[in-house]
Structures are given as C-alpha cells and as structure tokens.
Design a protein around this ligand. Structure first.
Ligand code: P1T
Length: 384
C-alpha cells in the first residue's frame, strides 16, 4: 500500500501499523530499556532498547517510507548518523566530499576520522570533472550535501551517481536542507540518504535526531550492526516527537517554500542587499539542476548586505525581531544566523572563505509565519 501513496499521504501513514493493544492512533512511547523474556531468547522481537524499540521502529519505518527507501535507521543526532556511515570504512580509505558543507560535518571528518587515517578530498562537486580527478582505488565514498549549507549550491545527484556507480563507490547524500518533500536521493541513484531530522523532518525545534535510509540489505545489516555496537540511538520520546513532526512535513514544506520565494524576491529587489543565494532564483548558478532535481526550492536563504561588511551583517541579525538569532534550521519559527561565527566556526577561515562563507554572510531559515510579517521584519532590520 505504501508504495502507491502520494507523499502527502505517506507522511501520515507511511510504514505505520495500528497499535494492537488498544488501537491508539499514534504509536505508544515505549519508555523502556528492556523487555521480559520467558526463557533466554524467548521474546517478541525486542530484547534491549539500544538494539530495538517499538517507537523507534515506527519512526524508522516512516523515514523509509518518506524517502522511498526500504530501510530507515534512527540515530541520536544527524552527526551520529554520519558517524555510522564513516564507520563502514577502513583506515586508508578515501572520501570525496562537498567542499561547502555544514561546519560540524567538516569537524567530524577532519578532527575525528582523519585521525583514524581516512583521507578526505573536499572539492566543488558541482564540477563533475573534479570528482573524476580525485578517484583512485582507495576511494570508497562520495559525500554530497545538497543544497549546501550555507551557500545553497545544488549538486546534480544523478550525475554524481553515474560516476559513483561506474567506479563502484558508495554515494551518500545529506538531504537535510531539502527534506524528503523536495527530493529523494535514493531515486536519483544514491546508496545512502542521511538527515539531520532535527531540522525539517521533526520541524519544531524540540528534538535532536539523525536518520539514514538505504535500499541495500547488506548496507542495512552493516549499519544496523554499527547502530547497535556503537549505540548512538535516540530515545523513544524523541522518536515520538519526530514521528509527530513528520505528519505535517508536507504542509510545512509547502509554506516554507512559498515564504522563501517571497522573501528572496524582496531581498533581490532591495538596494540594501548585495547578493542573495536561493536555488529558486533564475540567475542562481544551479537553478536548472534544482528545477529538475527538486520539487520546489526550499526554505533556506543566504544573503550578503550591501557593502559586504561584517559589522552590517551582525547589526542586521541583531535587529531582527521575529527571526530569532540562533543555530539550527527547519523549524516552524524563522531563525537567522551568522555562519562564519556560528554553524561554520569550526572551519578554518581560509577554507570557509574559499567556498564563499564570508564574514558578511547571513543565513535565514524561513519559518511558516505570515511572509509579510517576515518581510517587514527584515525591512526594519536592514534600515537601522
Ligand atoms: O545537529 P545534528 O542533528 O547532529 O545534524 C548535523 C547536521 C548535518 N548536516 C547538515 C546539513 C546540517 O545542517 C546539520 C546541522 N546543522 C545545524 C545545526 C545548522 O544550524 O546548520
């Protein structure tokens, strides 16, 4: 039944089975660490909650459904999900990764996994030939983030997957900025989809959670082993909150996209703004790929105020009243941030500036408030 449902229905029903005990419409929060056994091994499929938990199972099935995948795996955070993917690799293996990506991802790659002798090549994955030039027999993984955080570059997943398949390299896509509403990387040839479900999937800024979705039985088995052996699992309450968030993912995303469209137009037309980064703009360098690959253009916008001044950028984000100055994104409330000193502070200045993350860049996570109120807020903030 799930395969035939449209996305709007999958978010409500995908992978869900009605509770057998009392018919509760939402899955119960199984707040338990362990399960009674009649004899050692005599249990109903659940023996210890690091390994399995029924609330987590309900979430994992929902995640698989909305990403059009076979298996979903939930983790304690987006970074814990990425950590599990990297543990598929061995010392000496090489990874080609997007050069402009979330600062915490860069930190995990360089400060943790480089010390275990994994080698990372950070390149501009918009340029397919650069990928080819970095491939050698040790290359085991291509890591794509699209749209990228915070520069909003769009990488052609299908084109990258063609190369990964030709060279027998695993392709993982961080789909956090798009959410499964905008694109399903498994359908475009990816082997692993990763989410910081903390963001659009959960959608209410009240939970930290990560997800992986795969089709291959072998990958599921390996990742399930790592999930249990390393133990970075979310608790049942967080699984429940994420499941509840998923129910409204489609309607929330529709509004996020509409609001971002209105705000990006306002910014583009405003003489106090120097540059706007949003894939829905016709002059965005990857607009055509975004149009082909995504169902809409998302709720994240970055921009640089006139004069490209750090002081102006800080003043503007401090002036905002409806937008909250905060890390994170994808919640119902609008947030504003300064990537250079916040989300991307762990990337050395010269490295982040090469990918465009300048000191004058402001990032907006456009929420689902009335767009006119958001526009008025930006207007008053930039005309201080
Ligand atoms: O915060 P966590 O759930 O561990 O997710 C990490 C992560 C992974 N990938 C992307 C693209 C992300 O944006 C994030 C987290 N990002 C922020 C907290 C932020 O404000 O950009």
């Amino acid at each position: 039944m799930n395969k035939k449902m449209h996305f709007n229905s999958k978010v409500i029903h995908g992978g869900q089975i009605l509770d057998k005990s009392f018919g509760s419409v939402m899955p119960p929060i199984y707040q338990t660490s362990t399960y009674a056994q009649t004899t050692p091994g005599g249990h109903k499929g659940y023996e210890y909650s690091r390994t399995h938990n029924p609330t987590r199972t309900a979430l994992e099935n929902a995640l698989a459904s909305i990403e059009s995948g076979k298996y979903g795996l939930a983790f304690g955070s987006g970074l814990a999900a990425m950590d599990a993917v990297l543990k598929l690799l061995k010392p000496g293996d090489e990874i080609i990764a997007t050069h402009d990506l979330y600062g915490g991802s860069y930190r995990l790659f360089t400060k943790i996994f480089e010390t275990f002798n994994l080698k990372f090549h950070f390149v501009d994955l918009q340029k397919i030939n650069i990928i080819k030039s970095k491939i050698n027999k040790s290359t085991k993984l291509i890591w794509v983030e699209t749209p990228t955080n915070p520069m909003m570059n769009v990488i052609d997943i299908k084109a990258v997957s063609k190369i990964s398949k030709e060279n027998n390299i695993m392709l993982a896509v961080d789909n956090t900025f798009a959410s499964p509403y905008l694109q399903n990387p498994l359908l475009l040839g990816a082997d692993i989809v990763m989410h910081s479900a903390t963001k659009y999937i959960a959608g209410h800024s009240d939970v930290i959670l990560g997800a992986l979705i795969v089709n291959s039985n072998k990958l599921e088995e390996q990742l399930r082993f790592i999930q249990n052996a390393s133990g970075a699992v979310p608790g049942p309450m967080d699984c429940f909150l994420t499941l509840r968030g998923i129910k409204t993912l489609a309607v929330r995303m529709e509004r996020h996209c509409l609001n971002a469209k209105k705000i990006s137009k306002f910014l583009v037309d405003n003489p106090l703004i120097e540059k706007v980064f949003w894939p829905g703009l016709s002059d965005h360098p990857n607009h055509l790929i975004a149009k082909k690959q995504m169902n809409d253009f998302g709720g994240m916008i970055s921009f640089i105020p006139k004069g490209s001044s750090y002081k102006n950028a800080i003043k503007i984000i401090e002036n905002l009243k409806i937008f909250t100055l905060a890390e994170s994104l994808g919640g119902v409330e609008s947030l504003a941030g300064h990537p250079a000193s916040m989300t991307h502070a762990s990337i050395p200045k010269n490295v982040r500036e090469k990918s465009g993350v300048s000191d004058s860049l402001i990032r907006l996570s456009v929420g689902i408030e009335d767009y006119q109120d958001l526009i008025d807020d930006i207007q008053q903030a930039i005309t201080y």
